[in-house]
Design a protein around this ligand. Structure first.
Ligand SMILES: [Zn+2]
Length: 348
């Protein structure tokens, strides 16, 4: 099947009542790990690349690696997504290359650091939506500002400074016509999300539930949703690493989100931890080894294990064969003739 539009993939997830993990990639081993996990669990999947990843791997290498995944696993629906586009130009470059989905993160200015005004966010996001939908490409927008920094992108802070206002989320969805909406509910990018085990005071699940009540058909996106499990931290520290104790987003909270409209769950840190731990273990236990395959293979297996676990926990496992990908040319027609709605259903 062709690369699938993220809109189709998320519409199907909404029908099935499950969430879909969006896993970040920078290299071949990570893509292979995700695809092995998708095959193992029979899951549709979102593979995403940040601006940092696109420049690290070089655009064409990364794009063709994902096309290889698509060739090798024709039975798995794959959406290819630009994570945190900082400008119209970044999103356009991904669309021109062949990505089937982009995130326009207009919550920050083009520098990727300074919070933007609501009006600025609406203007740039709408511009990307118009360009993308004409080509059948999905758009994720963001309202509110996430905490932390990843790949040089982010406003920093704890994530509680700019929690999404539900009324503004409704207005934003109406004005832009985005297909998916990332919201800020206290989550942060990176490994150091919370300095204590998160409870109701740090994760604003009530805000998420309020937004879902107002926008019952809008696909919500949770960023910074690695769980940062202690066992992965422990492997790194056991073999010479120096991670400070930290907590991520508990899987139960993500599952609560999925029951309340969350369809896309971004996970990056957990995979980074798993790979680094596996590499450290090999080099610590066998310092005589120097063939990169000796540590990249266990690293790939460690990431596959994390991804397969998340796919099962998010509920996407078993759903790869539910539907056939519609080409983005067909999707573009749907946007044009109105069969794919862009005006959100708003409840009082
Ligand atoms: Zn993010």
């Amino acid at each position: 099947m062709p690369l699938v539009s993220m809109r189709q993939l998320l519409d199907e997830a909404a029908k099935g009542g499950y969430g879909v993990g969006a896993f970040n990639v920078n290299d071949m081993e990570q893509i292979q790990a995700i695809m092995a996990a998708a095959k193992e669990t029979n899951s549709p999947v979102i593979i995403q690349a940040s601006r940092g990843a696109r420049s690290f791997a070089q655009d064409r290498f990364l794009f063709h690696l994902i096309l290889a995944a698509n060739e090798l696993y024709p039975e798995i629906p794959i959406a290819m997504h630009q994570d945190h586009g900082n400008s119209f130009e970044t999103c356009k470059s991904a669309i021109d290359l062949g990505y089937t989905s982009v995130m326009m993160d207009g919550s920050l200015k083009e520098d990727g650091k300074t919070p933007a005004s609501f009006e600025e966010n609406v203007a740039v996001t709408k511009r990307v939506v118009d360009f993308a939908h004409e080509r059948g490409v999905t758009v994720e927008g963001e309202i509110g500002v996430l905490g932390g920094v990843e790949d040089g992108h982010g406003a920093g802070g704890t994530g509680l400074e700019h929690v999404t206002d539900p009324d503004q989320a409704v207005e934003f969805a109406e004005l832009t016509g985005v297909d998916a909406l990332a919201i800020a509910i206290g989550t942060s990018h990176g490994a150091y999300k919370f300095s204590k085990k998160p409870d109701g005071s740090v994760l604003k699940m009530d805000v998420l539930i309020a937004i879902h009540k107002r926008l019952p058909n809008t696909h919500l996106v949770m960023h910074g949703s690695s769980s940062v499990p202690k066992d992965l931290q422990d492997v790194i520290n056991k073999y010479g690493g120096k991670l400070k104790e930290t907590w991520g987003v508990p899987v139960e909270e993500i599952q609560l989100g999925i029951r309340n409209g969350v369809r896309k769950v971004n996970v990056d840190t957990d995979n980074r931890l798993a790979m680094t731990g596996a590499i450290r273990k090999v080099l610590w236990e066998s310092p005589e080894k120097f063939d990169p395959r000796d540590y990249l293979k266990p690293a790939r297996e460690a990431m596959q294990k994390v991804v397969a676990t998340r796919m099962t926990q998010f509920g996407q496992a078993g759903h790869a064969g539910d539907y056939k990908a519609v080409s983005i040319t067909e999707i573009a027609k749907g946007y044009k003739d109105g069969s794919l709605k862009t005006k959100p259903l708003v409840a009082k």
